[in-house]
Design a protein around this ligand. Structure first.
Ligand SMILES: [Zn+2]
Ligand SMILES: [Zn+2]
Length: 141
């Protein structure tokens, strides 16, 4: 599966099937995407490859540890490697993606104008066990 930013400078490949998707309603994701939530998934680093444009990736890091990667040409959010073993994927960059949304995160900070559907998992905050959550996303549902 190939993903690309709006201008095409940054492109990447996911070498195995795409995991399930989650929506995050935290205030950081709201500002990053300019909307109620962002839609992402997390894959193991060994399933991820940059095709082009790694040098166009800009990183902004908040003191709390949150970081946001974006294309320095068009500003699209782009994949973000974290903990040296996972990659956060903004799934809107992947064309013709055929996968399910299975979880809502940070519903406690959802804006009043958003009305998300209940999914298989619905967290008020972040999942406590990230490893378990990544396995859940990658379990092939
Ligand atoms: Zn771009
Ligand atoms: Zn978030």
């Amino acid at each position: 599966m190939i993903g690309k930013c709006n201008c095409g400078s940054v492109a990447f490949e996911i070498t195995e099937s795409i995991p399930s998707v989650y929506h995050c309603y935290c205030t950081l994701c709201q500002k990053q995407g300019g909307t109620a939530s962002n839609a992402g998934t997390i894959i193991p680093l060994d399933k991820f490859k940059w095709i082009t444009g790694e040098s166009s990736v800009q990183k902004w890091k908040k003191e709390t540890g949150f970081s946001s990667n974006f294309c320095d040409v068009c500003g699209s959010p782009v994949p973000n490697i974290f903990r040296s073993k996972y990659v956060w994927i903004p799934v809107g960059l992947i064309e013709n993606i055929n996968t399910q949304a299975v979880a809502n995160l940070w519903l406690s900070s959802k804006p009043g104008w958003a009305d998300p559907a209940k999914l298989e998992r619905n967290y008020d905050f972040a999942p406590e066990d990230l490893e378990e959550f990544v396995q859940f996303l990658n379990s092939g549902k």
